[in-house]
Write a protein that binds this ligand. Structure first.
Ligand code: MF3
Ligand code: CO
Ligand code: CO
Length: 254
C-alpha cells in the first residue's frame, strides 16, 4: 500500500476507535462534554492529536450535533435526552496525517421519521462510496447522494461539503453531496477525501448560530450526517475509517 494510504488508515482507525468508545456511553443524562473528554483521552492515549481542537478557534476535541444541528455543534455541559439523535465527528492526526469520520447515535429510542432519516443518510453515503474508482468524475458522488435522498423526500445540505484530506485537515478537492455527474475533477488513484453528506428532513437551508460554529437547519427540521475518509484505487476505493467493531451504523437501529 502507498505510504499516504497507510498513514491515513492509521489516523482513521484512531478516529473510528474513538467513536466505538462513544457508542458505549451514549445514553440519557450524559453531557456532550463527557463525550468530548472521552474523545480527547482516547486520541491522546493513542499518541495522536485531535484536529478540531483549536482549529480556527474551535474549542473542543470533537463536534457533537444533536437533532436540528447540521454540523459543528460544540460539546457543552448540556445533557442528552431520550429520543435525541446525535452526530459525533472525530478527526485524529497521527504522524502528521488526518483521519476524519462521523456517525449518528440514537439516545434511547427516537421517532420513526428520525430512524428513516438516519438510515437514508447512511445508505446514500455508502452507495456514493461504492461507485468510487479512478477516471470517473467526482460529481458522480454528489449525484448519487442527491438521487437517493430526494427520492425519499429529504434534502441535501449545500452549505458544507466533503474535502480532500491528508497532511492538511481540509484540502482540495471539494466533494459536493449534490449536483450533476459531470461536475468537478476526475478521480485519480491515490486521491484521499471525505464523503460526509448532511441530510435534512425538511429544507436544505442552514444558518450559523452566534457562537460562530453551530450550523442548524433554518426550518428547525432534523438533520443527520455520516462521514468516512476514503482513498481512490485503480479499480475502486478503500475506506480508512471503518469501525473495527462493526459499529458503523447505530446498532440500536438495526
Ligand atoms: N470534522 C469536520 C469535517 O468533517 C470539521 C470540523 S472543524 C471544527 O470536516 F473545527 F469544527 F472541528
Ligand atoms: Co470532514
Ligand atoms: Co469530520
Amino acid at each position: 500500500m502507498i505510504e499516504s494510504f497507510e498513514k491515513t488508515k492509521l489516523a482513521g482507525s484512531i478516529a473510528s476507535g474513538a467513536l466505538d468508545e462513544v457508542d458505549k456511553i451514549v445514553r440519557p443524562g450524559v453531557s456532550t462534554d463527557e463525550i468530548d473528554k472521552l474523545c480527547y483521552d482516547y486520541i491522546n492515549d493513542h499518541k495522536a492529536y485531535s484536529a478540531p481542537l483549536y482549529y480556527r478557534g474551535f474549542p473542543k476535541s470533537c463536534c457533537t450535533s444533536t437533532n436540528h444541528i447540521v454540523c459543528h455543534g460544540i460539546p457543552s455541559s448540556k445533557t442528552l435526552k431520550d429520543g435525541d439523535i446525535l452526530n459525533v465527528d472525530v478527526t485524529a492526526i497521527k504522524d502528521g496525517w488526518h483521519g476524519d469520520t462521523s456517525r449518528m447515535f440514537v439516545v434511547g429510542d427516537c421517532s420513526v421519521k428520525a430512524k428513516k432519516l438516519i438510515r437514508i443518510t447512511y445508505e446514500s453515503m455508502m452507495k456514493a462510496i461504492s461507485i468510487i474508482k479512478s477516471n470517473i468524475n467526482i460529481g458522480h458522488i454528489g449525484h448519487t447522494i442527491q438521487k437517493n435522498v430526494e427520492a425519499e423526500g429529504f434534502s441535501v445540505v449545500r452549505d458544507f461539503c466533503g474535502h480532500g484530506i491528508g497532511e492538511n485537515f481540509h484540502e482540495s478537492p471539494n466533494v459536493l453531496h449534490y449536483g450533476s455527474k459531470d461536475l468537478g475533477p476526475k478521480l485519480k488513484a491515490g486521491m484521499i477525501f471525505t464523503v460526509e453528506p448532511m441530510i435534512n428532513a425538511g429544507n436544505y437551508e442552514t444558518k450559523t448560530l452566534k457562537d460562530g460554529w453551530t450550523a442548524v437547519t433554518k426550518d428547525k427540521s432534523l438533520s443527520a450526517q455520516f462521514e468516512h475518509t476514503v482513498g481512490v484505487t485503480d479499480d475502486g476505493y478503500e475506506i480508512f475509517t471503518l469501525s473495527e467493531k462493526g459499529l458503523n451504523f447505530p446498532p440500536n437501529l438495526e
